[in-house]
Design a protein around this ligand. Structure first.
Ligand SMILES: [Cu+2]
Length: 390
């Protein structure tokens, strides 16, 4: 009795502490797309059905054990062999019940959901391409008014907040905030093409219900149709290396009118950036711009100081390549030069050709050659990067 009382008190204490988990939500996040709604319904139906089966089977078992106990002088069934007819009967009935439940009652909603997920054909208003790289997402609008918009989305949580022993207050959206958000129109079906440049990634926003592994060398498809305006956050869901926890997703779903305004503004911004590539830059401006580019894109591996994390990630401070000549006598950039590494990458070092524009590449290289403890003294102009791409 004493023991029971202790257990009872323990359970009570446990239940009482539950209200400390004030914002713990037991349910799935509120679905924002038809796909998320459908899969949630499938989940709820299945939980109910399996719950009922569980209770019914357990009840029959408990009743049978209790009602036919030895003290009531029941004899074990195993003593007498049942007839073949009975054996067949009690095998076929459960078989038929399972067939009905699995293939019809549970099967139909499940097929419906799976087919819905795979159906990327119907009435898509636009197509976007999402590319995962260690450790950032790149978004490209493939058609319509937004065609040509292409940008990289990086984690924007300040670096010091992610460091061990950080004492201050963390951002409300700690590790779930980015510099450039993906913007989508509300209520429109958007076909999503997905790929990766290095290893497997997975673009996953829980409230969208869709999740596809992005595979290097393959173009995979899914779709989203966000039915409620708002900001949605997600994360990469495929273990992709050291920075796996640092490639969040932020999507703004806005009404079509607002989307059009955003498209116009973004296009303006991108064309300004490419116009900047034609002018002659001063060293100071390049170094200042380059610092930002470096800390956003390169510091995860080469560290803010440029010291790297050898042997995995080489130091840029004092690096032969980072400080070496870029152009040969013929005016073309040298193989294995600083520019070659940044444009084309090698092994684990990513290629930045598609991720950064001419100005950003020129700036980051100029920064690396004149900061981080290096002092080559030269300047790489955006126009030279533009020429090198050809
Ligand atoms: Cu990833």
């Amino acid at each position: 009795m004493q023991g029971f009382r202790k257990i009872g008190l323990g359970v009570l204490a446990m239940l009482a502490s539950l209200n400390a988990y004030a914002d713990y939500s037991w349910n799935f996040p509120l679905p924002a797309t038809p796909m998320a709604l459908d899969t949630l319904h499938v989940h709820n139906k299945f939980m109910t059905i399996t719950g009922i089966i569980f209770i019914v089977v357990l009840a029959i078992m408990i009743y049978s054990i209790f009602a036919h106990r030895k003290s009531k002088s029941y004899k074990p069934v195993a003593d007498k062999a049942p007839s073949t007819a009975v054996e067949i009967f009690w095998t076929l009935i459960p078989f038929a019940i399972l067939l009905l439940i699995d293939f019809v009652i549970m099967g139909i909603p499940a097929y419906h959901s799976v087919i819905m997920m795979e159906d990327t054909r119907d009435k898509a208003t636009m197509v976007i391409k999402i590319t995962g790289s260690q450790w950032r997402w790149q978004y490209e609008y493939m058609d319509g008014d937004a065609k040509g918009i292409k940008f990289v989305s990086n984690l924007s949580t300040p670096k010091e907040q992610t460091e061990k022993g950080f004492q201050g207050v963390k951002d409300a959206d700690y590790l779930l905030e980015v510099d450039n958000r993906l913007v989508l129109p509300v209520g429109e079906k958007v076909r999503v093409l997905m790929t990766a440049t290095d290893v497997l990634h997975n673009w996953w926003v829980p409230q969208f219900g869709s999740s596809r592994v992005a595979v290097p060398g393959f173009l995979r498809e899914t779709w989203v149709q966000v039915d409620r305006a708002g900001t949605y956050r997600g994360q990469c869901k495929e273990l992709c290396g050291k920075g796996h926890g640092y490639m969040p997703i932020v999507v703004d779903a806005v009404p079509m009118e607002e989307f059009k305004v955003w498209v116009a503004a973004k296009k303006e911004e991108l064309s300004k950036a490419s116009a900047g590539a034609d002018k002659e830059w001063t060293k100071e401006d390049l170094v200042a711009t380059g610092k930002g580019v470096y800390e956003k894109n390169c510091a995860v591996c080469h560290q803010v100081s440029g010291a790297g994390l050898p042997p995995a990630f080489p130091a840029l401070t004092g690096s032969k390549i980072a400080n070496g000549p870029i152009f040969g006598a013929d005016g073309k950039y040298l193989k294995d030069s600083h520019l070659d590494r940044v444009l084309n990458g090698v092994r684990v070092m990513p290629s930045w050709k598609a991720l950064l524009n001419d100005t950003e590449i020129a700036a980051v290289i100029t920064y690396e050659r004149n900061a981080l403890g290096n002092s080559v003294g030269d300047v790489l102009q955006p126009a030279q990067v533009k020429a090198a791409r050809q």
